[in-house]
Structures are given as C-alpha cells and as structure tokens.
Design a protein. Structure first.
Length: 324
C-alpha cells in the first residue's frame, strides 16, 4: 500500500490508526491505494488501536424533507473518500429526541457530529468539545467554541425574496415562517421584516403565519391568509415544501397564480421545478452544504485537535419560474 500510494509505511499506518495527523491529500492517496488493493482491515481491531470508529453522525430534524436528504448525500460522498461511514437520524424537531440521539451517538463513539436540527443549543455540545469531538452545525447558529458553522445567509435570502416581489409591483406581502424554535426560520423572518421596513411596506401580525416546514402547514397557513379581509397579493414562504402547500391552497380557492396571488419559496428542492405551476424560489445548494461540512470535518479530524471556530457562508440565488 505504501508503494502504491508513494508514501512511507509509517504514513499508511497513521492513516489506518489515526495516531498522527495526515494531510487530506495524502490521506486520500492512501485510501485510494487501499481500495485498489482491496485491503480489508479488521474494523473492530482498528478502532481499538486508533481510538477512532471512522463513523460520523448527522442529526436532522426531518428525514422526509428533501433539503436534509440532499445535505446527507453531500456529507456522505465527501467523508466516504476518507473511509468514514455516516449515520443519519431524524429528530422530528423534538428537543428530547435530539438530546437522546446526541447522547447515543456519543456513547457509540462517533468521531464527529454534524447537526442540522433546531432544538439544541451550543452548551449541550460542551461535552463533545471536551472530548475533542468536532461538531459542525449546518444552518444552525451555534455559538460555542470549536463549533464550525456551514450555512446560507438566511436573512439575506428573505430580503432578496421580498425585494423581488416588490419589483414585481407587490405592496401587500405576507410571509409563512418556519417554527419559532428554528434559527433558520427566525433569520428568514427577520429578513422579511427588515426588507419590508426598508421598502416602506406595511406589516402586521395577521400577515405573518407560522408553519412547521411541511406541505400541510403551508396549505393551512395560506388558507388563513387568503381569508383575510384585505388579502395579500404575494407571500414569501420560508421553505419550498410549505410553498408547495401554498400552491395547493391557492388553486383550491380558485385563484390564479401569480396573477391573483404570487408565491416565492426558499431552498429550491428538486420538486420545486416539478410542481405546476413551477415554483419561483431562492436556491441554496443544500448538497454543497453537506460537502463543505464534510471537508471541514475531515480537516478537523486530520488535525487531531479543535481550533478556532470557522463559519462558511454558501451563496444563494434567485430562481424565477412561474409562481411569482
């Protein structure tokens, strides 16, 4: 393996055991040689020697949401290049379940944790920091030392969505926000309010309706908005699943989209281009969120220690289709 990878036997040993830090490029060369030679190490023995399990955990709030499956795919394809297996679990946005999953994954000896859920706070990761276990937050504003963040600019996404609706002539704009416990939802709601203030648009409690990220909640929230005495002409919806629910409710009410009621979503999940009418939305490359989290994680594991916290912002873009 050392000859095939062009490195020393000691370097191969360090990759296999994790005893000493190895650069990402070298680690990949060694892993490629391992694959080409079909070397099958004894995983249990290797874990005992290296004190590493070569597993990482991803905790998401909803396993059925395409956003999170995309994040998981990006993370998995990245860490697999270095021989890491990804465990994925969903919490249904329940704080107790998130804590239980975090405890169980820690007990099972995962080497790192990626969190893309909403109920946990930074202090609850302190024991992982003490144990030198890297934590990566995706779209989750954890402020603890050593907790890296990979996120889109959620505040700016909402601002850009409202600005687009304003430029299309809308002056009475509503929003369907995500759950109050979600950092992402709160950032997007804050961006909505900031944009309305800057543009001189009126806002009131009745045009801000909370959903729970699901299609059903988007449908119910839109029905409430459409029943208002002064119906809004457009709505910014904080994720695409709720926006698709908004399409359902608007069509059921016999209204034309976007002529009677315009809808703009957020995330650009795959189904956004498959519904009718096709959804105008803000695109955040969620698979890339997973890839970047994976690269940060591998760098942390390769360094063998936690350093200064890193925050990586992923660019978003407007995707204009048929609903706005």
């Amino acid at each position: 393996m050392a000859e095939r990878a062009g490195v020393s036997k000691a370097t191969v040993s360090n990759v296999l055991t994790g005893k000493r830090p190895v650069s990402t490029a070298t680690r990949r060369r060694v892993n490629r040689a391992i694959s080409e030679l079909d070397y099958q190490p004894n995983g249990a023995a290797q874990a005992l020697r290296s004190k590493r399990s070569h597993t990482v955990a991803l905790i998401v709030s909803d396993l059925t949401n395409p956003f999170f499956t995309g994040v998981a795919a990006g993370l998995q394809e990245t860490v697999m290049t270095d021989g890491y297996l990804t465990f994925v679990a969903g919490s249904d946005s329940e704080r107790g379940r998130e804590l239980a999953l975090l405890t169980e994954f820690t007990r099972r000896g995962v080497d790192a944790v990626v969190i893309s859920a909403f109920a946990l706070r930074s202090e609850e990761f302190e024991r992982l920091h003490v144990a030198n276990i890297p934590v990566i937050g995706i779209g989750h504003q954890l402020s603890g030392a050593g907790i890296d963040i990979v996120s889109g600019d959620d505040h700016r996404m909402a601002v850009d969505a409202v600005q687009y609706l304003f430029e299309r002539g809308h002056r009475h704009i509503a929003t369907i926000a995500g759950p109050a416990a979600s950092d992402v939802a709160q950032q997007r709601l804050a961006g909505f309010h900031a944009a309305c203030r800057r543009l001189g648009l009126p806002t009131s409690d009745e045009v801000v309706v909370e959903g729970d990220w699901t299609r059903d909640s988007g449908r119910a929230a839109t029905s409430r908005l459409l029943a208002l005495p002064e119906r809004p002409s457009a709505v910014y919806v904080a994720n695409d699943l709720m926006a698709i629910g908004a399409i359902d409710a608007t069509r059921a009410a016999g209204l034309r989209i976007p002529d009677d009621f315009a809808i703009i979503g957020n995330d650009d999940i795959e189904v956004a281009s498959l519904v009718s009418p096709q959804l105008t939305t803000i695109r955040i490359p969620y698979r890339e969120l997973g890839r970047v989290a994976g690269r940060l994680l591998l760098n942390r594991l390769g360094a063998g220690r936690l350093g200064a916290r890193q925050t990586v912002l992923i660019e978003h873009s407007l995707v204009v289709r048929d609903t706005a």
